[in-house]
Design a protein around this ligand. Structure first.
Ligand code: GLN
Length: 491
């Protein structure tokens, strides 16, 4: 097949692999196809912070130089990376001025795994600064636009990753999820987003935001690709003592029914905060679960309503500690002209961090300070325990829990920037999942106002295999047309 007849919009990572294996396309042709697509649409979408054309073509050429029979399964398949992973020698900014110009001297563990699998890195993707945000508007460099409506946000913080996959600027991408940052942008951009169980994937070489919550996961065009990428990156790593890996590879999901499965519909996530259009799509997804043989019943998890409050004490507390390392001495930006060390620290951090990051550092420092610790941080941890128990109770009765991923469709750029609390509400349905360390997936479930709406499936710890199977069954039945209207901007 001539590569000119290939349309990136038809490609998943599995399809790329098949074409490479059959010799219908070379790794170089495939890399060029995506580089052309990026050149055509990224001016409008602005998903990429850095496109590594040279590196991608060099890697692709190395793959092409190998006989096909000797290649690994995913060798030559391109991928996009959130700019939060350390890639040796490749600028890693985490969306922040303070890391501008930082070239890590080592690879994150997951990057090493991607390299070992032979993937081709297309570049680094935009994100909210230090992954704090739900819209990419907190990036120090650019705001990414939603491919379904360029006046709207792609969600965040992995908004660059979600928009890139939706716009077919890479067949798949990696993101991170601390409170919803994979699932919420996946929902808003009409792609699949998977947050694995806490501990499934090593965070060594991931710029840390809130260490008791952060997880790395795939953003893909379908469920099969999400499963494959998870199998590539999962595993215990002695360099991340919180990692444990998965009990077994998830394999290729093939399930097409939901017979024998019980689904709990989380009552607290379909209340007033949920837009009517989102609720409609969600209700029809629940009907579809039943039509596939699943049993759906409402379940109440009263403590999840405190999820946002607990998260906005725990995550900033951990962030205030994690971000102490950015002091101008060892990484990235250093303010010039200071008279003494203290002034250098102060000026570096004042210049280097954006307003949302400063807000979180201040909240976190306050919540951890002597005299306030018990009232704020410790109280939030007690709330977290209640949330963990509520989920555990629900999983005694149900195999999986479901909710909308986000209470709203993609909102307009600028709509929520003046009101941090309104922005924080975007993660109402996703945050409790991180607090409990559970796996969650967002799958496109339909449209409201012409914009994608995601369904969230939550499973017990390490139930990824079953969860992906259920997601696959739904995806096959839904068979949604997931091509955003970018034709008019493509150059
Ligand atoms: N939007 C949430 C926040 O701002 C979650 C971010 C994330 O998951 N990284 O903290």
């Amino acid at each position: 097949m001539s590569p000119h007849r290939l349309d990136v919009l038809d490609l998943t990572a599995h399809r790329c692999r098949e074409l490479l294996e059959a010799g219908d396309v070379s790794a170089t042709e495939l890399a060029r196809l995506y580089l052309h697509r990026i050149a055509a649409v990224d001016g409008a979408v602005q998903a990429y912070l850095l496109v590594d054309e040279e590196g991608a073509l060099a890697k692709a050429a190395a793959v092409d130089a190998k006989p096909r029979g000797e290649r690994l399964p995913w060798e030559g398949v391109p991928i996009g990376l959130k700019d939060i992973f350390c890639v040796k020698g490749m600028e890693t900014t985490c969306g922040s001025r303070i890391l501008k110009g930082y070239h890590p001297p080592y690879d994150a563990t997951i990057i090493g795994k991607l390299r070992a699998a032979g993937l081709v890195f297309l570049g680094k993707l935009n994100m909210d600064e230090f992954a704090m945000g739900s819209s990419t508007e907190n990036s120090a460099f650019q705001t990414t636009h939603n491919p379904w409506d360029l006046e709207r946000v792609p969600g965040g913080s992995s908004g660059g990753s979600a928009a890139c996959v939706a716009a077919a600027e890479a067949p798949w991408a990696l993101g991170t999820d601390t409170g919803g940052s994979i699932r919420q942008p996946a929902s808003l951009c009409g792609v699949v987003g998977l947050k694995p169980t806490y501990g499934a994937v090593s965070r060594y070489g991931l710029v840390a935001f809130a260490s008791s919550l952060d997880q790395i996961g795939p953003l893909t065009r379908d469920v099969k690709d999400a499963a494959a990428l998870l199998d590539i990156i999962a595993g215990r790593d002695p360099r991340d003592s919180t990692s444990i890996g998965l009990p077994e590879p998830v394999g290729t999901p093939s399930r097409t029914d939901l017979e024998g499965l019980r689904f709990g519909v989380i009552k607290e996530f379909i209340g007033e905060a949920c837009e009517p259009g989102v609720r409609e799509v969600f209700d029809s997804a629940v009907e579809m679960i039943s039509s596939l043989g699943g049993v759906c019943e409402e379940v109440s998890l009263p403590s999840v309503e405190q999820g946002i409050a607990a998260y906005y004490l725990i995550a900033p507390s951990e962030a205030s500690s994690n971000l102490a390392r950015f002091d101008g001495v060892r990484y990235g930006h250093r303010a010039s002209g200071a008279d003494d060390l203290y002034e250098m620290y102060t000026r570096t951090r004042s210049e280097g961090f954006g307003p949302e990051v400063k807000r979180r550092i201040m909240i976190g420092t306050y919540a951890l300070s002597a005299g306030y610790y018990d009232a704020y941080y410790a109280q939030a941890q007690r709330t977290r325990t209640l949330i963990i128990r509520d989920f555990a109770g629900a999983f005694d009765r149900f195999d999986f829990l479901v909710s909308p991923t986000s209470p709203s469709v993609a909102f307009k750029i600028g709509e929520k920037t003046a009101d941090p609390l309104a922005m924080y509400l975007s993660d109402l349905c996703t945050i409790p999942v991180n607090l409990a360390g559970l796996p969650g997936i967002s799958v496109p479930a339909g449209f409201s106002q012409g914009l994608p709406v995601g369904l969230q499936i939550i499973g017990p710890h390490f139930s990824e295999k079953g969860m992906l199977g259920a997601a696959h069954a739904l995806e096959q039945r839904l068979a949604l047309p997931l091509v955003p209207p970018l034709a008019e901007v493509a150059r």
